[in-house]
Structure formats: C-alpha cells, structure tokens
Design a protein around this ligand. Structure first.
Ligand SMILES: Nc1ncnc2c1ncn2[C@@H]1O[C@H](COP(=O)(O)OP(=O)(O)OP(=O)(O)O)[C@@H](O)[C@H]1O
Ligand SMILES: [Mg+2]
Length: 133
C-alpha cells in the first residue's frame, strides 16, 4: 500500500487524475472512507483522468451513474440489501469492460468481483486526507 497526503479537495482530484492512468478497462475500484471523506471528489478526478467530459455527480439516488460505458460510478449507501442490489442488476456492470468506482461497497460485498483495487480515504482534519491505495 502506498500513501498520499492530500491537503485540499483540488489535490485529491489531481491525485485521482494521475491514479486514473494506472487503471485498465474492467478494473473495479472500491472507494472506502467515511461520509465526506472525498470519495466523490476522487471519482471526479478519475473521470477527468480518463478524458470523460461529462461532469461526475454523486449517484446517491440512482445508485450508479454510467459514463458512456467507460466509467460506472456507484454509490451504494442507500442500498438496503444485497437482494435489492441484485434485483437492480448492479453487478452486471462489473464485467462490461468499463472502469467501476464503488462507494459504500460494503453494502454489496457479496456481489463484488474476486479481484478489486482499493482506495481508502481517511479524514485527518478539515482538509487533510490520507489516501492509501
Ligand atoms: N483534501 C480533500 N480531499 C477531498 N475532499 C475534501 C478535502 N478537503 C475538504 N474536502 C471536502 O470534503 C467533501 C468531500 O465530499 P465527497 O462528496 O467527495 O465525500 P464522499 O466521501 O463522497 O461522501 P459520501 O459518502 O457522503 O458520498 C467536499 O465538500 C470537499 O470539498
Ligand atoms: Mg460520495
């Protein structure tokens, strides 16, 4: 595991833009961290790094936003059961060849592929974050 210390939202986003270059089609990345840690900020940076022009917004109500089949951004915070996630077909996107970023993946743990990458964002202060990856 490597660690990056971010001192601002902009630094997290810039770091994620670079991190995006290490990703390959089909990669599933679990974004861990408490509420407000910066998971969605990180997702915005990844999208930019992938050259996606559409603005990434939190998929809290939709559970998953699809950016041209190239990026699937999940927010499973409100998922109530694995059965619900299955019924919604959320697992179907894991092997469609796009890059998947998953917030609150613990709520759909049994549906995740065997191999995932992990990025963990820890709040150290108002603006300081420890990003381990
Ligand atoms: N170093 C930093 N990196 C990322 N975000 C930061 C940083 N410092 C402050 N922030 C702020 O923290 C908030 C992070 O919000 P974000 O929506 O990305 O969190 P989240 O982890 O996705 O939360 P949720 O679980 O509710 O979806 C933003 O308001 C952002 O401006
Ligand atoms: Mg979020």
């Amino acid at each position: 595991m490597e660690i990056f210390i971010s001192k601002s939202r902009e630094e997290t986003q810039a770091f994620a833009r670079e991190y995006a270059k290490t990703l390959r089609a089909g990669d599933v990345v679990v974004l861990d961290g408490e509420m407000g840690a910066g998971k969605t900020v990180f997702a915005k940076g990844v999208a930019e790094g992938l050259g996606i022009e559409e603005e990434v917004t939190s998929p809290t109500y939709a559970y998953m936003n699809d950016y041209d089949g190239r990026l699937f951004h999940y927010d499973c915070y409100r998922i109530e059961s694995v059965a619900q996630a299955e019924a919604l077909g959320l697992a179907d996107y894991f092997d469609m060849g796009g890059i998947c970023l998953v917030e609150w993946a613990q709520n759909i743990a049994p549906l995740l592929p065997k191999t995932v990458k992990r990025v963990c964002i820890k709040k150290l202060g108002e603006e300081r974050r420890e990003i381990s990856y």
